[in-house]
Design a protein around this ligand. Structure first.
Ligand code: C5P
Length: 219
């Protein structure tokens, strides 16, 4: 009998985009299908973890065995995560959180008038950085989707957000599709995984995570 590598671990994670309303019919969002996050949630369950998935709006079924908490905005996602973060062993931020939201949300639809329209935006909380800076922070994993300079930006995030692991990919390699090519960045350097289905990539990420948790426990 082989115990599953993550049995007994609680993993809190985010996935999908966030949606920041401007008025009842318009808003700002980031492009994210949620496929990579949901594949990761499935792989974590298969590895024996208890998984809580705080999800932005996506068109995907809830994976078996996953507790899903649906949210729309970054602030809702932030609240849902902070309520649960202290009890989690691992936090994985996969969501493409909108960095800014509209200062004002109009109750009624904004009518066309004039040639220009200015919308004032304000910064959203950085959920992952905030979880990683908690006094008893869970083991924090981030994602970095970049259009260029992946090594520089992804390893920069490892340090800036005080993460243990960053999963980097070039947006042109993974967005919306069913396959992905990622590079894992940790204190030991960078570890590229072969291009594969998001399901296989998720299994590779979970295997690496399990080895790191093992090493941390035995250190
Ligand atoms: O800085 P950047 O947005 O590229 O960092 C990406 C990582 O940080 C992802 O893991 C993402 O889920 C997380 N993030 C977050 N809250 C934000 C912005 C990003 O949790 N407001």
């Amino acid at each position: 009998f082989q115990p599953k590598p993550l049995s007994g671990k609680t993993v809190l994670m985010t996935a999908g985009p966030t949606y920041e309303p401007i008025d009842p019919v318009r808003g700002i969002t980031n492009i994210s299908s949620g496929k990579m996050g949901y594949a990761l949630a499935r792989a974590l369950v298969m590895a024996g973890a208890k998984v809580q998935l705080v999800s932005g709006p996506v068109a995907l079924p809830t994976p078996q065995g996953v507790e899903r908490i649906d949210v729309h905005t970054a602030r809702e996602m932030h609240r849902a995560v902070m309520l649960r973060a202290a009890k989690a062993d691992v936090f994985v931020g996969v969501a493409a959180v909108a960095d800014y939201r509209s200062v004002e949300v109009a109750i009624d639809k904004i009518k066309k008038a004039g040639e220009g329209l200015t919308i004032e935006l304000t910064r959203n909380p950085d959920i992952l950085a905030e979880v990683a800076s908690l006094p008893a922070a869970p083991f924090c994993v981030g994602f970095a989707a970049e259009s260029q300079n992946l090594d520089v930006y992804a390893s920069g995030k490892l340090a800036a957000k005080r993460l243990k692991l960053v999963v980097g990919n070039l947006v042109q390699d993974g967005m919306g599709g069913d396959t992905n090519q990622v590079v894992l960045f940790d204190a030991d350097g960078s570890h590229p995984l072969p291009r594969a289905s998001k399901t296989e990539v998720a299994a590779g990420i979970v295997a690496h995570l399990a080895r790191m948790l093992d090493a941390a426990a035995n250190a």
